[in-house]
Ligand binder design. Structure first.
Ligand code: SAM
Ligand code: SF4
Length: 378
């Protein structure tokens, strides 16, 4: 049986953070029920088509903020999934939460329906920065969400933290990293801020109202997190993903290993049978299309062998394990070490990459130029 990961997009938030360009809305509270019904319908339609061919290894309910759904709505989605797909007994089931919308009742519901991994968007433990970012929660809410999740028995917890934020200092990053380690958080995702042109923060920075840390200060923050977490027994298995041993996210790993996945919901992107396809990102169109019994796919593309080869290499180099040369050569009928001899020699000589035990990997100190390294090799 083939393996499959499932992503479910929940596009609702309490408030739009100033830096975020994810597909999410804070003015559609009255549409949640219609949306959840549409998701269930889409799961049924897709399930009829492919459900029997796959074993599901991971489910990721992300967003937006799935924790802003009303009580019972995650349970409804999970029940539809279980009716239409075969979830393996060790399936990793994650839900993304915003600390401002976490309640004990909701977490108990998640636990009851089989969710076994929670992700909490903490971002920073500096109250002033949370305000600048327009986050709809306090530091106390983040601490409370972690406490509640652990009390209810969610052992496998991820906390997102953000680096290179307005007015952020190295000491803020140190404080948060230390706190998370002390709380024995199994998985930590530090994201360096990406200043997205469509966001409010972009305008504030461009007009000089808000300033960001320098490039050097931002690199220092990331390097600190890397060194500190490594010392504390965490392993960086991808640029922005650190975990204690055996707590790597199966769902994330599947993306980087070019495994198959199907996404439900607004703007979901899927990869099945060498085809990439995308759902509409228009909220009303999504609901109406699914209601009328059709899948909401608006674009579909079959990847060429060349595209698959480049993507396989690009995704594998994001991971600490790197690219399995034997498998890569066999899959694409090539000899990477010979075909890219000049580039690989240059990158190795300058300590950017290494080739060891059949894997080509980016060296720890070179992840900051990852995109340039990839550009040389594809
Ligand atoms: C869907 S959100 C997580 C859950 C929830 N919506 C929240 O924010 O608390 C995914 C994560 O992406 C990260 N993120 C979003 N926009 C970003 C940006 N522009 N630059 C870097 N990280 C970003 C944040 O760390 C956020 O926690
Ligand atoms: S809560 Fe999360 S998804 Fe929603 S706007 Fe903020 S960062 Fe984006």
């Amino acid at each position: 049986m083939k393996k499959l990961s499932i992503y479910i997009h929940i596009p609702f938030c309490l408030r739009k953070c100033t830096y975020c360009n994810f597909v999410s809305f804070c003015n559609k509270n009255d549409k949640k029920e219609d949306y959840v019904n549409a998701i269930c319908q889409e799961i049924k339609l897709r399930g009829k088509e492919i459900g029997k061919y796959y074993d599901v290894t991971s489910v990721y309910i992300g967003g937006g903020s799935p924790s802003t759904l009303k009580e019972g709505q995650i349970a409804k989605i999970m029940s539809e999934l279980k009716n239409n797909f075969k979830l393996l007994s060790n399936c990793e089931i994650s839900v993304e939460t915003n600390p401002g919308s976490v309640t004990e009742k909701k977490l108990l519901e998640y636990k009851l329906v089989g969710v076994n991994r929670l992700s909490i968007g903490g971002q920073t433990l500096n109250e002033d920065i949370l305000k600048i970012l327009g986050r709809h929660h306090s530091v106390k809410d983040t601490k409370m969400a972690i406490k509640l999740a652990q009390k209810i028995g969610f052992e496998n917890l991820n906390v997102d933290m953000m680096l290179a934020l307005p007015t952020q200092k190295l000491r803020d990053v140190k404080k948060m990293a230390k706190f998370l380690v002390k709380k024995d958080i199994k998985h930590i995702s530090p994201y360096s801020l990406i200043l997205e042109p469509t966001t409010a923060l972009y305008k504030q920075v461009k007009s000089g109202r808000v300033s960001l840390p320098s490039e050097d200060a931002s690199v220092e923050m990331y390097n600190y997190v890397f060194k500190y977490l490594s010392k504390k027994g965490y392993h960086r298995y991808e640029v922005s993903n650190f975990s204690q041993p055996d707590y790597e996210s199966k769902h994330n790993l599947n993306y980087w290993q070019m495994g198959e996945y199907v996404a439900f919901g607004l703007a979901g992107h899927s990869y099945l049978n060498n085809y990439r396809f995308a759902n509409t990102d228009n909220f009303e169109e999504y609901i109406e299309t699914v209601k009328s019994g059709k899948l909401p796919v608006v674009s579909k593309e079959k990847l060429t062998v060349g595209q698959r080869k480049d993507e396989t290499l690009m995704l594998a180099l994001r991971t600490a394990e790197g690219l399995n040369l034997k498998e890569f050569d066999a899959q694409f009928n090539c000899r990477l070490l010979t075909d890219k001899k000049k580039e690989i020699e240059f990158l190795t000589r300058h300590n950017f990459i290494s080739v060891k035990r059949g894997y080509l990997r980016v060296n720890d100190n070179a992840f900051y130029v990852l995109n340039s390294i990839i550009a040389k090799l594809v």
